[in-house]
Design a protein around this ligand. Structure first.
Ligand code: PLP
Length: 448
């Protein structure tokens, strides 16, 4: 029996990322408020937010300092653009802070409101730069199967998941997908992680040579893939990939939208996985998701090309009304201040030890084929047969059943197919980690 709010919802909204058919019968879980790592539904039932919203509410809910930062800025200057000769202090200060902490030599920062917009901007900047540099053929961007980079037309094209392409007529031209570095699923029989990484780098090189290096501009990657199933690459994967990219003057774009700001126990995921990015996308935990904000961190070579082009043609014709929104920027600045002052990244690294221990222990569970993760993110892949790694028939929806049971236990997790993903707020304590895994284990035990 749907509540009054749920009925109004079903009559009114199209929900993102939802099975529109089953949703009509089930209706939504309506969340009313949050505090710390918990959210509460309209009946007052608490849930551990085991996915930090959508991998983003790193400081948890009801953080009074973030609320106050928003209130103060809202009262002072709720909006002013940074278009065409205008600026304001929150955008300038946030840009400076991002340059200071970036995991690469960054020249300038471009603001937007989401991860999708950041990656869309990346595509446009790569194309713009190569036109400016007089190499208009160098336009192809290589992404990876199972990557998630967003849903706008260019970022959805970078995404390597069927549901984001099918019937949307995507991907667009000039976007290619190379192999996914998931050893458990895609390694050949007996292939070591090292050999798997070597093979994937060789496959990337073959792709670049087949396409012609003069046509390949950039490679984009999440340090640890998120929505594709929380896929941690072999340790030597990125150094091998990076060596190939350098041989053919192909830019490395790090999509730090999930991994940025402490998720892997380091300030940026690139550091944890030996990535040397040229350009970087961030969003989500940049403001602990209290307000929408994203950014592209731009290297000097790209900026110089943009500047030269602007000298020739005038206006750099890209930007959003909400680029550098003052309230979002003020909240992001306060978020970064709290990360630093409270050593949130150090805390995440420490709590990651029991988190990973509890996660990996579930590899012994009869339903689990692989327990994988890094830092404070992980996934459990449910299989029908552990030896052959055979999945359950898709129609059985075993991952969805497990997350539904977790909900009954007061735990919000997300199933990505038959993998169950965990990505709690970074402020989670060790005792709360235990509580979370106790609830999840009960849910798994009940899953048939
Ligand atoms: N990039 C990554 C790695 C993501 O995980 C996401 C969202 O989950 C995006 C980009 C897109 O961000 P948004 O949903 O804010 O557009």
């Amino acid at each position: 029996m749907l509540s009054n709010l749920a009925v109004r919802d079903v009559e009114t909204l199209v929900h993102p990322y939802t099975n529109l058919a089953t949703f009509r019968e089930q209706g939504p879980l309506v969340i009313e408020r949050g505090e710390g790592i918990y959210v509460y539904d309209t009946a007052g039932k608490p849930y551990i937010e085991g996915l930090a919203g959508l991998w983003c509410t790193s400081l948890g809910f009801a953080n009074a300092e973030l609320v106050e930062a928003a209130r103060e800025q809202m009262a002072k200057l709720p909006f002013s653009q940074i278009f065409a000769g205008r600026s304001h202090d929150p955008a300038i200060a946030l840009g400076e802070k991002l340059k200071e902490i970036a995991p690469a030599a960054i020249s300038k920062v471009f603001f937007c409101s989401s991860g999708s917009e950041a990656n869309d901007t990346q595509v446009k900047l790569v194309w713009y730069m190569n036109n400016a540099l007089g190499r208009p053929a160098k336009k192809k961007i290589i992404s990876r199967i199972k990557a998630y980079h967003g849903v706008t037309i260019a970022s959805a094209s970078l995404t390597g998941l069927t549901a984001n392409h099918a019937d949307f007529d995507l991907p667009i031209a000039n976007i290619l997908h190379t192999a996914c570095p998931h050893h458990y699923r895609f390694a050949e029989a007996g292939e070591s992680e090292e050999a798997f990484a070597t093979r994937l780098a060789a496959e990337l090189e073959e792709m670049i040579l087949r396409e012609g290096p003069e046509t390949v501009a950039a490679f984009i990657a999440e340090p640890v893939m998120g929505a594709g199933g929380v896929i941690v690459p072999p340790r030597t994967y990125f150094p091998k990939i990076q060596a190939v990219l350098e041989r053919y003057d192909v830019m490395m774009i790090a999509d730090e939208v999930i991994c940025g700001f402490g998720r892997l126990g380091t300030l940026f995921g690139s550091t944890a996985l030996d990535i040397r990015p040229d350009s970087i996308s961030v969003a989500k935990a940049l403001s602990s998701a209290y307000l929408p904000i994203g950014a592209v961190m731009i290297p000097e070579r790209m900026y110089q090309a943009m500047l030269d082009e602007s000298r020739k043609i005038g206006t750099f014709g890209h930007g959003y009304t909400y680029s550098g929104h003052p309230v979002a920027a003020a909240v992001a600045l306060k978020t970064l201040e709290i990360y630093e002052r409270d050593d949130i990244v150090g805390h995440a690294a420490r709590v990651a030890v029991p988190f990973q221990r509890r996660l990996k222990a579930l590899a012994e569970h009869p339903l689990i084929g692989e327990a994988r993760g890094m830092g404070l993110v992980g996934a459990l892949e449910i299989v029908a047969d552990k030896a052959s790694k055979a999945p359950y028939p898709t129609a059985k929806g075993v991952g969805a059943r497990c997350t539904a049971l977790a909900l009954e236990e007061g735990l919000i997790v997300r199933n990505l197919g038959d993998s169950v993903a965990l990505c709690p707020p970074l402020i989670i304590t060790e005792a709360q980690v235990d509580d979370m895994f106790d609830r999840l284990t009960r849910a798994l035990d009940g899953t048939r």
